[in-house]
Design a protein. Structure first.
Length: 269
């Protein structure tokens, strides 16, 4: 006997309307999954409890064997490994001086700048660790503060050029030192750093103050220690400034200890 569909009004035979589908039974996977675990343990029969515990034991066994793992665990592990690799590579590059490497003349500029600014911390950073420690120990032994130590260190220059004198430096010719020895350094300090490169750099330094202005030439000896350039020694080079030493406008220099009024005016600008 035909039935009238309560939804669309059509006639249909069977259990559901063939036109609109009214009355057709459907199964929801989400509903089945929900129903499967809705019965609390305390309401289970002994047989149901046994099946439930068997399933839990099997899951725990599979989890212990690695079959049940966090889907993000592998990704997180790869991120951690990649991060560690980047840190290690970065540390090696920094140590070797490949990353954030400095120019050999930077430490010379820093040295004279620290003197001009009376900056003790910047001053001792110019030297290898053994020399740095010697300056720090000397300051502590004398009982000086950092500013007081720098004033005492520059006392002769202050008397010569006047209070508040300034220092400017211009680096010139660079000569690589193929054969160098740190035996005397080690004899003096007890140990010596590992130096990968060494250079002699010509530096023209101007001391200018209220009393007078002088120009001097120094040979600065620098070495690369753990990727950073350090200052090992300075030697005053007396005599007339020679164009072969690669100084710009050598005709401006009258002698090794003073500048003409024209040079002083140019430096001041």
């Amino acid at each position: 006997m035909s039935k009238i569909c309560k939804s669309c009004g059509s006639y249909y035979d069977g259990d559901f309307c063939t036109k609109c589908g009214y009355g057709k039974q459907t199964k929801s996977k989400a509903l089945e999954k929900y129903k499967k675990f809705t019965k609390p343990e305390r309401f289970m029969t002994d047989e149901e409890k046994k099946e439930f515990y068997d399933r839990q034991r099997e899951k725990n066994k599979q989890k212990a064997q690695g079959k049940y793992t966090d889907p993000h665990a592998r990704r997180n592990a790869l991120i951690i490994i990649a991060f560690i690799a980047v840190v290690v590579v970065g540390a090696v590059l920094i140590k070797n001086g490949t990353l954030f490497s400095s120019n050999k003349t930077d430490v010379i500029n820093q040295y004279f700048s620290s003197l001009s600014q009376r900056d003790f911390d910047s001053f001792i950073k110019c030297f290898p660790s053994e020399m740095k420690k010697e300056y720090e120990d000397e300051r502590e032994t004398l009982g000086y503060g950092k500013e007081e130590y720098m004033r005492e260190f520059l006392k002769d220059f202050t008397e010569e050029y006047g209070e508040g004198f300034s220092i400017t430096v211009s680096c010139g010719k660079e000569t690589v030192l193929e054969d160098f020895s740190l035996s005397e350094y080690k004899s003096k300090y007890g140990s010596a750093p590992s130096v990968s490169e060494a250079y002699s750099v010509v530096a023209d330094v101007t001391f200018s103050g209220a009393k007078k202005t002088d120009n001097f030439r120094y040979n600065c000896y620098v070495g690369k220690v753990r990727g950073k350039w350090k200052l090992f020694n300075l030697e005053y080079s007396a005599g007339i400034i020679d164009p072969t030493m690669e100084i710009e406008n050598p005709e401006q220099y009258a002698d090794s200890s003073s500048l003409s009024e024209e040079t002083n005016s140019a430096e001041a600008q």
